[in-house]
Unconditional design. Structure first.
Length: 275
């Protein structure tokens, strides 16, 4: 039973991460479809959590708030419930998004808490799967940023030939400047939350696995800086401060920094030996 619950919590972690990506896309693009998908995923998580709470109450005859891990679980349940209510009644986007970020962090802490892992018969498996999720989301974010890099290079090529009036039929199947700019933004919209989720999971893994580690580790600092730079690039574009060619160059330079962090940061890191 304990093993099944552990697996169920892992599923909720993945679903929660996916919902945050859709909420992030909705917040920046006002995408009703993304908002609807995120809401139904969050609702499904809350239903699963409610079932687990009721099952625990039936089995123990007590409301599960008597320990730290139980209290955290109930706290996450309340946060999700509050976000659902705000989604349905108040229709406010930013508070709902941040509530769910907090909920995701605490659900991760609850699922991979050191005490729970020590007591679980699949503790080592949980730790390795936490590492797996961390690396997987990191790689997916790199893939998304790579796509934004491709769109930015295409933008520069298209802009050059249009400016020089050297457009020929061989370029006819390429996307337009508008389409490539939208591709840059869309790819970054997916990459940013994935990188953020990867950082949260990675820090949790380091906390429960390593005897000594510091948040000032080269790879951690570099990844946080990359997240900030990408967010800043997106913010400046939304404000109209960086558009067109400058926006494309921003993607190119930031991607090169990302690759430098990937290779150089891993060499300077004390524990990112698997990269």
């Amino acid at each position: 039973m304990a093993d099944a619950l552990a697996r169920l919590h892992e599923v909720m972690i993945v679903l929660y991460a996916v919902s945050l990506i859709f909420y992030f896309i909705d917040y920046l693009n006002k995408d009703k479809t993304a908002r609807r998908v995120a809401f139904w995923i969050i609702s499904a998580i809350w239903i699963i959590q409610t079932g687990v709470l009721l099952l625990t109450i039936i089995q123990t005859g007590k409301f599960p708030v008597l320990s730290l891990t139980q209290g955290i679980y109930f706290y996450v349940w309340l946060l999700i419930l509050l976000s659902i209510i705000m989604h349905c009644i108040a229709r406010v986007d930013l508070p709902v998004f941040f509530l769910n970020i907090i909920g995701f962090i605490f659900l991760t802490i609850h699922t991979f808490a050191p005490i729970k892992i020590e007591q679980s018969s699949i503790g080592e498996s949980l730790v390795s799967e936490l590492l797996f999720f961390h690396i997987t989301f990191a790689i997916m974010s790199y893939a998304a940023f790579s796509l934004s890099f491709v769109f930015s290079v295409l933008y520069q090529i298209l802009y050059y030939f249009l400016k020089k009036k050297k457009w020929t039929k061989q370029w006819g199947r390429l996307p337009s400047l508008t389409q490539t700019e939208k591709g840059m933004s869309a790819s970054m919209l997916v990459g940013i939350p994935m990188l953020g989720i990867s950082l949260i999971l990675g820090l949790q893994w380091a906390y429960i696995t390593l005897d000594e580690y510091t948040v000032l580790d080269a790879k951690i600092v570099g990844s946080v800086m990359m997240l900030v730079i990408y967010c800043l690039l997106l913010y400046l574009n939304r404000r109209g401060k960086i558009v067109g060619v400058n926006y494309a160059w921003g993607h190119i330079y930031t991607f090169l920094l990302l690759m430098a962090n990937f290779f150089l940061g891993s060499r300077l890191s004390d524990f990112h030996f698997w990269y």
